[in-house]
Ligand binder design. Structure first.
Ligand code: AMP
Ligand code: ZN
Length: 114
């Protein structure tokens, strides 16, 4: 296993509030929620960021987005609205170097983001 926080969560070595899981991905609530709904989706396979995902994994990325809308529905924000955020590398503010998609909802969002 990579010495990586989200790999450890995927392996259940570190606990998380799991919202959805299948063979390819895990979704769990963010430990420091920035909105009433703040869930993270990770592929179980380790990629440091979007920049490291090869083209052959396009299906995995598509799977994440298909499940993102289902998780938004599960969380009750599909209709009211939600944002899917994928921070990549330094200027984005990415802190955890295992690709993760934020699902944020339950309040109006500002645009442009900070
Ligand atoms: P980013 O800034 O895009 O890298 O986002 C990392 C996110 O991971 C932040 O929103 C953190 O609150 C969240 N996070 C860090 N550690 C944990 C953890 N153990 N369980 C759940 N979420 C976490
Ligand atoms: Zn990892």
């Amino acid at each position: 296993m990579h010495d990586c926080l989200f790999c450890k969560i995927a392996a259940k070595a570190i606990p998380a509030k799991v919202v959805y899981e299948d063979d390819l991905i895990l979704a769990f609530d963010d430990i420091r929620p920035m909105a009433p709904v703040h869930t993270l989706i990770i592929p179980k396979e380790h990629f440091a960021s979007l920049n490291e995902v090869p083209a052959e994994k396009a299906g995995l990325l598509a799977h994440v987005l298909v499940k993102a809308k289902e998780i938004a529905a599960l969380k009750g924000v599909a209709t009211t609205g939600y944002r899917v955020v994928l921070n990549t590398a330094r200027d984005s503010g990415q802190e955890v170097l295992h690709i993760h998609f934020h699902i944020l909802g339950g309040r109006p969002m500002l645009w442009p983001p900070g």
